[in-house]
Design a protein around this ligand. Structure first.
Ligand SMILES: Nc1nc2c(ncn2[C@@H]2O[C@H](COP(=O)(O)OP(=O)(O)O)[C@@H](O)[C@H]2O)c(=O)[nH]1
Ligand SMILES: [Mg+2]
Length: 229
């Protein structure tokens, strides 16, 4: 019984890997740098995007929004006048808790990939499943907010290990919390030594310039790679 279940999960992950590779090939063909943005619900992914995507210095950005239902996040980005496509995952049992490569693939035709340098995929808020399903991205960014507590790297290590950048958001709230920033750094270092980290507030804008620069540099790097052939 148990073995059958494991087999099914392995098959699903194999199928996902194949589709992620197909997405990857499409992104490469169009020269798009792709970021998978992950976090628990409410960590501030959309607010960070609202803050940093206002001035990307000529980098053409597109966003894929993953949610169980609705298009609230896509609506919040509408003032940016960039291509935003909403994927709703509620066809799954109770709503899928992550985006998989197939869902992303089904939305790709709605995006003008050839006219985009940087695609940001805002994943469904969850600290477990998104880490297991690659969607064809180049880079994974994980947002952890200070209201979640400093122990999350220890409790959800895969998520914190699976990313290239960890953003600690909502630092404007630190004076109101018992959150121990040094302890968070210690826990993070235990599960993902040396991972790049940024401490920001999407609300006040503190530290967000660093993230804007990071995203611009990513897209510029892809352009340079394409130019070099
Ligand atoms: N105080 C504070 N609140 C924030 C910050 N970033 C996001 N929020 C709030 O946290 C809530 C969830 O943000 P949202 O961007 O929707 O998170 P998402 O679910 O990760 O996309 C909203 O009420 C935001 O206003 C921050 O840096 N500081
Ligand atoms: Mg959001």
């Amino acid at each position: 019984m148990h073995r059958t279940k494991v087999r099914v999960v392995e098959d699903a992950l194999d199928a996902n890997t194949t589709l992620a590779q197909a997405n990857r090939a499409d992104f490469d063909r169009s020269g798009v740098m792709v970021v998978n943005l992950m976090s628990a619900p409410g960590a501030g992914k959309t607010m960070l995007l609202q803050k940093v995507l206002t001035d990307m210095e000529g980098v053409r950005v597109g966003v894929l929004e993953g949610d169980v239902q609705g298009s609230l996040d896509a609506d919040r980005l509408s003032h940016l006048h960039i291509p935003v496509v909403q994927i709703q995952t509620d066809n799954g049992f109770g709503g899928e808790c992550h985006l998989d490569a197939n869902m992303v693939r089904s939305a790709l035709h709605e995006l003008p990939l050839d006219d985009i340098d940087l695609l940001i995929i805002e994943n469904v808020g969850n600290l477990v499943c998104p880490a297991e399903f690659k969607v064809g991205e180049d880079v994974r960014i994980m947002v952890a907010s200070v209201t979640e507590g400093e122990d999350k790297p220890v409790k959800y290590p895969l998520m914190f290990r699976a990313c290239e950048l960890v953003i600690c958001n909502k630092i404007d709230l630190l004076p109101h919390l018992d959150y121990d920033l040094e302890l968070f750094k210690h826990h993070l270092d235990g599960v993902h030594p040396g991972v790049e980290t940024m401490f920001v507030s999407a609300r006040t804008g503190e530290g967000t310039e660093q993230l804007r620069r990071y995203l611009i540099d990513l897209a510029t790097r892809r352009k340079a790679e394409a130019a070099a052939g």
